[in-house]
Design a protein around this ligand. Structure first.
Ligand code: TXA
Ligand code: MG
Length: 332
């Protein structure tokens, strides 16, 4: 007798009903939820069975741990050892908002969520629907970005649908994400020094203002904490992307079908129809908000190559450059 192949084939609904989302989550199902940064793929963080479904739906390696989302600093304290004063200061300054704190775990969060690390990553997201949802639930939500592992993070419900249709029952539609870049991740090393592990929605300058000193920056460990550098690329479009040296790249790819991603001005040497401006209005916030949508849009144009301009290395520009570097063809 032939074996029957079971293909996951759920009906995926897009809706705005927080109660429906809560009901699925209580049953141990996955729900994609809006945040101010990117959409998350959420499950009950206290249920290993539910969390396993996240890794399966994203095809994410199990050694890459998940952020837990809570509704308040008070709820965060249920899952960590007594936190240091700077952590509390940062939470007060930036929550709800695009900052994730990496804090010593009190082991209430299962090791599947933290990938066995003694620290747990936690944040309060700033989106009215998801805050409402978290307040309805009596458990925190583990949620990575709601994209298949390695592809560009979703900033609309439609992006989520394009990647996960058929594998999750419900997408809670909260519109376009206002920040558009994932949260900044900060923790404290063994010497007690603040260290940023991922650049994101809260700029280094803003952290420095609150902490009184500039935190260290060690971004290569994140995305792959157990085996740094092993995963080839992240946030990557299927079309090869190169960052920087725009004039030279244009020469190199002469005669090919190229697309340019620019900050706020068209490049004079390329027809405007082949260029996309990230921020016609000129602000870095606007560019950050549009970045992942534009990457997806350009990826669908089936060009030979995407060439992206480098941003000023300040404010959100540093996080935008970080994402473009990770999206770029990796020379290894
Ligand atoms: O803005 C965000 O942070 C979004 C929204 C949905 O909240 N989430 C997000 O999750 O970007 P994800 O899984 O795509 O990225 C989380 C990063 C991963 O690189 C993971 O390795 C790291 O956080 N991380 C999570 N928990 C960790 C832990 N306990 N120790 C070290 N790194 C951790
Ligand atoms: Mg991600």
């Amino acid at each position: 007798m032939k074996h029957k192949v079971i293909v996951p084939d759920l009906e995926t609904t897009i809706g705005t009903d927080v109660e429906v989302a809560a009901a699925y989550l209580r049953k141990g199902e996955l729900v994609a939820v809006p945040t101010e940064t990117v959409y998350g793929l959420a499950a009950n963080a206290l249920s290993e069975d539910a969390v396993l479904k996240i890794y399966a739906a994203k095809n994410r390696p199990r050694f890459n741990p998940l952020i837990i989302h809570v509704s308040s600093w008070k709820q965060a304290l249920q899952f960590v050892l007594p936190a240091n004063a700077d952590a509390e200061k940062l939470a007060q300054a930036f929550w709800p908002g695009p900052l994730t704190l990496l804090l010593p775990s009190n082991n209430k969060i299962p090791p599947l969520v933290t990938a066995g690390s003694p620290r747990v990553a936690v944040r309060v997201p700033n989106h009215p629907l998801t805050i409402q949802l978290l307040e309805l639930l009596d458990f925190p939500l583990a949620a990575p970005s709601a994209n298949p592992s390695g592809y560009i993070s979703p900033t609309t419900a439609q992006h989520v649908y394009a990647g996960l249709n058929g594998t999750i029952p419900y997408i809670l539609d909260g519109g376009t994400c206002m920040v558009g870049l994932e949260s900044t991740i900060i923790g404290w090393n063994e010497a007690g020094m603040a260290e940023v592990y991922r650049l994101g929605g809260v700029p280094m300058e803003a952290l420095t203002k609150v902490l009184g000193t500039t935190p260290l920056l060690s971004t290569q460990l994140i995305e792959n904490p157990k085996a740094p550098g092993q995963l080839k690329s992240h946030y990557a479009p299927h079309t090869p992307l190169y960052l920087g040296n725009v004039a030279e790249r244009i020469k190199e790819w002469a005669g090919k079908n190229i697309r340019l991603i620019r900050f706020r001005q068209y490049h004079p040497q390329v027809p405007e129809a082949q260029q996309i401006l990230l921020a016609p209005g000129g602000t870095m916030e606007e560019a950050a908000k549009n970045l992942f949508s534009v990457l997806r849009q350009v990826d669908q144009m089936k060009a030979d190559v995407i060439i992206a301009e480098e941003f000023p290395q300040e404010g959100l520009g540093s996080a935008i450059n970080d994402r473009l570097q990770r999206a770029q063809v990796q020379f290894k």
